[in-house]
Design a binder for this molecule. Structure first.
Ligand code: FAD
Length: 447
């Protein structure tokens, strides 16, 4: 039997970052993954704004982990075209980032257990105290569930199992990302010229396979590589990988797959409850994902850093009040943002491509709003956006009304998330959970 201050389960970005931050703050920390460490977490290219690395105290990626240069980001649908002149997101090779975070952790003293599965969670008075694994019994004061969507601890921890419902298929995104060679550089150059695209400029086609779906393509300056990113709602008859196959068929100049992968992303707002005594959820396990484009890297990294801040400095790192303080702090800053954007995500999910194009044409969604969305900043309704709504109301009254109704709850959600109960109280959390669910039109997480 081995004993630690903190045991982190899942060595993807969220878990590897959590383990590193905990260890560098002086906690005896272990990191465990069911896969070999070299295969843990995301294995493709993800897009992350630089400022989120800074907020997470993770050194900003540099080449070759950082791919491509600064380039525009263009959305086109139904004849409408909107360009953000400088895409604020970095294209990051996740294989390198995950490896770097794991390495930082090892240097800080994190003990590693790879190819190790959690078999059973052992509790004392409802609090997890040990996990039975292929590597024997591992005890810890704090268990961090960073095991992704399935949440291996979340499902086995009293309280969390009941208060964190399984994510409905309507709130899951099937996504795929691949980097492929270019088979025919001349044809790729012609495609780029036809669409008036700069090198590395992403051309985004929303609504290609139902509401929320997207196919993004970009080609580098030398026409040697093409990056493809696809996503759609699970259960709508498509999948991320199928959309990649379709895009490759439609662009015969695209060549062989160099690397990439696929997975399922939870799009719902973060769980209302992120902690139980001795347990914290981070990353996909907590649904800490920016819903408008299914981006979980930045928020997961920040949540991991915030957690380490909250539980370090002596005493029991699994103490209920400390963990609750982290949960309240996360919700006030990040839960508010993610929940507000979840309303926007649900709006886009309810629209077909033509309607989304109409909102772009009217200016309800413009380059500034797109940039704020890419940056994962709150939307701002200024004079230009208000004028866009007025235009949309004149041209497409039913659509404008639907959009306005869908987003109307944003201010209420922002206020609610700032009033998350500050001390452990399931009763107070239940009331808060009900209020949030009412605005979102959902069932409350906490029954
Ligand atoms: C194709 C695709 C493209 C995406 N694009 C973007 C993007 O551009 N920007 C962005 O920010 N996000 C993007 N995302 C989302 C992002 O990849 C995820 O939100 C992020 O990887 C979640 O990190 P995580 O560490 O929480 O979980 P994961 O990356 O899922 O890692 C979980 C780890 O836990 C391990 N594990 C699971 N079960 C167990 C168990 N029982 N015992 C031990 N270990 C276990 C797994 O092996 C894995 O290594 C994309 C996702 C996909 C699928």
């Amino acid at each position: 039997m081995r004993s630690f201050d903190a045991l982190v389960i899942g060595a993807g970005t969220s878990g590897a970052a959590a383990a590193w931050h905990l260890a560098r703050r002086g906690l005896r920390t272990a990191l465990l993954d069911a896969r070999p460490f070299a295969e843990a977490g995301a294995r493709w290219v993800n897009y992350v704004p630089a400022w989120l690395f800074e907020a997470a105290e993770v050194p900003v990626p540099v080449a070759p982990e950082l791919r491509g240069g600064v380039a525009p980001f263009t959305v086109t649908v139904g004849g409408a075209r909107v360009t953000v002149p400088e895409n604020p997101c970095l294209a990051v090779d996740m294989r390198a980032l995950v490896h770097r975070l794991q390495d930082l952790g090892q240097t800080a003293g994190v003990e590693r257990f790879e190819r190790v599965h959690v078999r059973r969670v052992g509790c004392t008075a409802g609090r997890p105290v040990e996990v039975e694994t292929d590597a024997g019994l591992l005890r810890a004061a704090l268990f961090v569930d960073a095991s992704g969507l399935n949440g291996v601890l979340r499902r086995q921890t009293p309280g969390l199992a009941t208060d964190c419902p399984t994510v409905d298929r309507a709130h899951l995104c099937s996504a795929a990302q691949e980097v492929r060679s270019v088979r025919d550089p001349e044809a790729a150059a012609a495609w780029r010229a036809h669409h008036r695209l700069a090198p590395d400029e992403i051309l985004s086609h929303p609504g290609v396979a139902g509401g929320y779906s997207v196919v993004n393509l970009s080609v580098d300056a030398e026409h040697t590589h093409v990056d493809l990113l696809t996503g759609c709602i699970v259960g709508e008859g498509y999948s991320g990988p199928a959309l990649i196959d379709r895009a490759v068929r439609e662009h015969p100049w695209i060549g062989a797959r160099l690397f990439g992968g696929s997975g399922t992303i939870p799009l719902r707002r973060p769980y209302d409850r992120l902690t139980a005594p001795g347990v914290a959820l981070v990353g996909n396990a907590a649904c800490q994902v920016f819903p408008a484009h299914g981006s979980g890297i930045g928020v997961g990294l920040v949540a991991a850093r915030m957690l380490a801040d909250a539980v370090s400095g002596g005493g029991d790192p699994g103490d209920e009040a400390r963990l609750w303080g982290w949960q309240a702090g996360f919700h006030a800053r990040w839960g508010a943002l993610l929940a507000a954007y979840d309303l926007f995500r649900r709006l886009t999910q309810s629209l077909d491509a033509a309607d989304f194009g109409r909102l772009l044409t009217a200016g309800v969604v413009n380059a500034h709003q797109l940039e704020l969305g890419l940056l994962q900043h709150l939307p701002v309704i200024g004079p230009a956006e208000a004028a866009g709504f007025v235009r949309a109301a004149r041209m497409h009254p039913a659509l404008a009304l639907h959009a306005a109704r869908s987003l109307a709850g944003m201010p209420a959600l922002l206020a609610l998330y700032h009033s998350h109960p500050s001390r452990p109280s399931r009763r107070a959390l239940r009331l808060w959970s009900r209020a949030v669910a009412r605005v979102c039109g959902d069932r409350p997480d906490v029954p």
